[in-house]
Design a protein around this ligand. Structure first.
Ligand SMILES: Nc1nc2c(ncn2[C@@H]2O[C@H](COP(=O)(O)OP(=O)(O)OP(=O)(O)O)[C@@H](O)[C@H]2O)c(=O)[nH]1
Ligand SMILES: [Mg+2]
Length: 478
């Protein structure tokens, strides 16, 4: 069976950052070489880009797992690891990106529109970059961050000016084939069309696109037949054409009740109330069809529809129909703000870059959340005591320890850094265990110092931050 693919799940995995390298310079007769471990390379991003020549999401249906390459680890002799390569995935114009819960993350319209589906991990700093006046030969390096891994859903909404809607076999594909150069499959069995066909029509000075939607049947809006999948494509059209079969052989159908059924499905689907519609009574080359058309025309016009009698087979009434559509579209275009040709969509990044929060959870654990603390934890090699000490220093300097103290944490309490699903949990050992009000940073005792205003303390603390810290925080490979 043919699978209709206008909705795929994509597992995008960005590349991991390469680990930094801890290495000491070696040279003959020079026993005390400095640290020379290079930085890890950045992991590649996974990027979706609208490519006009791509018309389906089929590729992603066949291979939904896509991964960008990892950054290379740093090496001795101050050699940085190579960055991973970005993975650029071409998608059709009109692709909508959603998360698995169905929230729209981006609407990709226009050649070149870009969406970063997964951000590559930062590379870890090597021990050369971590060296400072205070820490001359660090025996550790930072780990590369894992690349972002996300499951997203891609949906294709055809961006056509006109949508042809109607029962199976009403002649929608036949009409496209004679109005445009498109050559869709046409046959006398229902559900011939499984993917929308798109054609380009030129009427006078107006050029527009026309799409047929696979046949609709009662219950389509609830997913019966192939309907629901395809109603999505109708959403962006400027005008709907009801293609009604005046010569159906099914005795329980006639064009007017067909129209009522389609309208009911559109209503249940929702959001299309204000879209202009016209009626094309098709197959009037058949005498009975012409008779029926003549009979119901006044009825349809009384309802406010402009009615066109056409025959896809005999090429009748096509010019009138295509020029009428051109008129409606020209008007719609004149009133609608023009869609920008290229928009770059950058996924919003966490905004709390500077801050962090400490909350006491029901289970008595203090949870620390924040971009920096969480990132620092990811970068830490917990098998290396020096690296763990470095992490503790950084957290302390950011004020995490003070905040824990203020929140009521005591030595031995559980502290978790990170989100529930993925946190590092440890028993808290405050660096200084005097009374809370006496706490300061390592090697400092407030009891021996004059009280100073907070602003001054902050300035002093900033001044104290050593070079490596500064460099680190300014180190932003993106
Ligand atoms: N006599 C006559 N037959 C037509 C006309 N238009 C289409 N047909 C026939 O009707 C049948 C269905 O045509 P399609 O164009 O495949 O119909 P459709 O609406 O696209 O059908 P689905 O894709 O199944 O929804 C085919 O056998 C066509 O040859 C017409 O104007 N006159
Ligand atoms: Mg068809």
């Amino acid at each position: 069976m043919t699978t209709f693919v206008d909705r795929v799940e994509l597992h995008a995995a960005a590349g991991n950052g390469g680990h930094g390298c801890a290495s000491v310079h070696r040279e003959k007769f020079k026993p005390l070489g400095g640290p020379d471990g290079g930085n890890g390379g950045r992991g590649g991003d996974v990027i979706l880009v609208v490519e006009q020549s791509v018309t389906t999401l089929l590729d992603y249906h066949h291979s939904p797992h896509r991964k960008a390459t990892n950054g290379q680890p740093g090496a001795g002799d101050n050699r940085s690891g190579k960055d991973g390569q970005d993975l650029v995935l071409p998608v059709p114009d009109g692709t909508v990106v959603l998360d698995k819960a169905g929230n729209v993350l981006a609407d990709l319209v226009g050649q070149g529109t870009t969406f970063v589906a997964g951000q590559g991990g930062r590379g870890g700093l090597g021990n050369a970059a971590l060296a400072s006046a205070r820490r001359k030969a660090p025996g550790f390096a930072l780990l590369g961050e894992p690349g972002e891994s996300r499951d997203i859903v891609l949906e294709l909404k055809t961006v056509a000016d006109v949508a042809l809607v109607g029962y199976p076999s009403a002649g929608k594909s036949s009409l496209i084939s004679v109005l445009s150069a498109a050559k869709p499959k046409i046959a006398d069995y229902p559900f011939t069309t499984l993917v929308p066909n798109l054609g380009v029509v030129t009427a006078g000075s107006t050029v527009y696109t026309i799409a047929d939607v696979p046949g609709l049947i009662p219950g389509a809006s609830q997913g019966k037949g192939l309907g629901l999948e395809f109603l999505r494509h109708v959403e962006r059209c400027s005008v709907l054409v009801h293609v009604l079969d005046t010569a159906t052989l099914e005795s329980d159908r006639d064009p007017v009740s067909d129209l009522d059924m389609i309208e009911e499905e559109l209503r249940l689907y929702g959001g299309l109330e204000n879209r202009p519609r016209i009626v094309a009574l098709n197959k009037v080359d058949i005498p009975d069809g012409q008779d029926l058309a003549d009979m119901i025309r006044p009825d349809l016009e009384a309802r406010g529809y402009r009615v066109f009698e056409v025959s896809a087979i005999a090429h009748k009434g096509l010019k009138e129909l295509s020029f009428a559509l051109a008129g409606i579209i020209a008007e719609a275009r004149a009133t609608k703000p023009k869609e920008e040709a290229t928009r770059i969509v950058i996924r919003p990044r966490a905004v709390d870059d500077a801050g962090f929060t400490v909350t006491l959870e029901d289970d008595g654990i203090y949870r620390v959340r924040g971009e920096k603390p969480e990132r620092w934890v990811r970068q830490t090699d917990f098998n290396n005591d020096e690296a763990v000490g470095y992490l503790a220093d950084r957290l302390n300097r950011l004020g995490v320890e003070d905040s824990l103290m203020k929140a009521g944490a005591r030595a031995g309490d559980g502290v978790a850094i990170g989100p529930e699903e993925n946190a590092v949990v440890f028993d808290w050992e405050p660096t200084v265990t005097a009374g809370a009000e006496m706490l300061g940073r390592r090697g400092e005792d407030h009891r021996l110092e004059e009280p100073r205003p907070a602003a001054q303390r902050r300035r002093e603390r900033d001044a104290e931050r050593d070079d490596a810290e500064k460099e680190y925080d300014e180190f932003d490979p993106f």
